[in-house]
Design a binder for this molecule. Structure first.
Ligand code: FAD
Length: 362
């Protein structure tokens, strides 16, 4: 009999982990989650993400491995699977010397390096000459990245799971061990994979005090600037940044943003929204017709998401909680898409180590 697994959580971490496990054909999997693709909720980070691939990991950390090993998977999606809603986008990253030490400057510290560790990972990495830098910018790089249309990608991941036999159900647990009783067979699961993101702070049996939110506010618009661009900081506040991400397949364009640590506020701040829109037009004037301002932005929605940050980085680890084998995969902060395949592969290895598979190997 194939081991029975419950994956708790249907964000990008839970769905990717479930998909890799299901593709192997070695497990009998149920996904249980309070929120599913299609929902927009402050407790559910994944739909709010841009989402693009802008590596921020410190070299030598597991996150670097996750980001490095995720890129080929994302390039494959963009090249070969248009139905996933991921496309290549040319990207420019601008650095301002005065942002060093600010919340956003620290966030961008690896991303803005001219000798960035990922320069051989992404295609077409180059250092921008001074002649290509806007006023007020001290340096910059450009490369080819990808951008997800999360409104297509999350349902696509779910469909891929269904195609590989995963059963997907709504459920809410207050303790991680309860999830073992929710396998669709009615039998107790052999292992639970914990992909609950920010909820791991309070989830019974996990209660990881290293987990905290970093609030991100965005404006989704119909305008198309033709490029993705980010700058390391702003003069408005040390926890505000400026970034533009154009989503695949009609997903609109994300204007951001901020990185407000320990801020749980779920509602968009209208003043910040105006600052975001102004700054994005300043950064990328092609967003609107020449001479126009924020009135020329066609707004789809304002949004707020909470990045599931974790002191010390993401947690991909195994432990036994109240007699239940658990593999954790959470704490992916502002980089859960760009680490998704690498982290899911690491979680899959831990699942195999813990409960193996009864399927006969050919
Ligand atoms: P979540 O998406 O939050 O999913 C958690 C799941 O667990 C949900 O299904 C929830 O219902 C379920 N759950 C929780 N508790 C329980 C419970 N007790 N019982 C049952 N179910 C439970 N990342 C990038 O890589 N690139 C980007 O460009 C990017 N941009 C971002 C921009 C913003 C504004 C934000 C907010 C985030 C951004 N991120 C980006 C980060 C990315 O969105 C997150 O790292 C990622 O979505 C985390 O996914 P997750 O599956 O771990 O958590």
């Amino acid at each position: 009999m194939a081991p029975n697994l419950v994956v708790l959580g249907a964000g990008v971490s839970g769905l990717t982990t479930a998909l890799l496990l299901a593709r192997s054909g070695d497990y009998n999997i149920t996904i249980i989650a309070k929120h599913m693709p299609g929902d927009y909720d402050i407790e559910y980070a994944s739909p709010w993400a841009g989402a693009n691939y802008l590596p921020v990991a410190t070299p030598g950390t597991p996150s670097e491995t996750y980001e490095r090993t995720t890129w080929p998977e994302l390039a494959h999606l963009a090249e070969s699977l248009p139905e996933a809603g991921v496309h290549f986008q040319e990207t420019v990253i601008y650095r301002r010397a005065k942002d060093v030490g600010s919340a956003t400057g620290d966030w961008f510290a690896e991303l803005i390096k001219e000798d960035a560790w990922f320069r051989d990972v992404v295609p077409n990495f180059r250092i921008l000459p001074k002649s290509e830098l806007p006023d007020g910018i001290d340096g910059g790089t450009a490369f080819t990245s990808v951008c997800f249309n999360t409104a297509l990608y999350l349902p696509w991941l779910t469909s891929q799971c269904l195609k590989h036999g995963v059963i997907v159900r709504r459920g809410i647990v207050s303790h991680i061990a309860e999830a073992a009783n929710l396998h669709h067979t009615g039998k107790r699961a052999d292992l639970v994979v914990n992909c609950t993101g920010l909820a791991s702070l309070r989830l019974g049996g996990v209660e990881d005090s290293a987990v905290y939110p970093a609030r991100g506010q965005i404006v989704l618009v119909r305008n198309d600037p033709g490029v993705m661009a980010s700058v390391s900081g702003t003069d408005d506040s040390s926890d505000e940044a400026t970034y533009i991400m154009h989503r695949a397949a009609g997903g609109g364009c994300i204007l951001g943003g901020c990185l407000q640590k320990h801020n749980w506020e779920s509602q968009p701040d209208p003043n910040m929204a105006i600052r975001i829109m102004r700054r994005c037009i300043e950064l990328c004037p092609k967003l609107v017709p020449e001479g126009k301002g924020i009135e020329a932005l066609s707004i789809i929605r304002h949004g707020v998401g909470l990045r599931p940050m974790r002191k010390g980085g993401p947690r991909v680890a195994k432990e036994v909680i109240s007699g239940v084998d658990v593999v954790h995969n959470y704490g992916h902060g502002g980089y859960g898409y760009q680490t998704s395949y690498g982290a899911a592969q690491a979680a899959e290895r831990l699942v195999r180590e813990t409960c193996g598979s009864s399927r006969p190997r050919l």
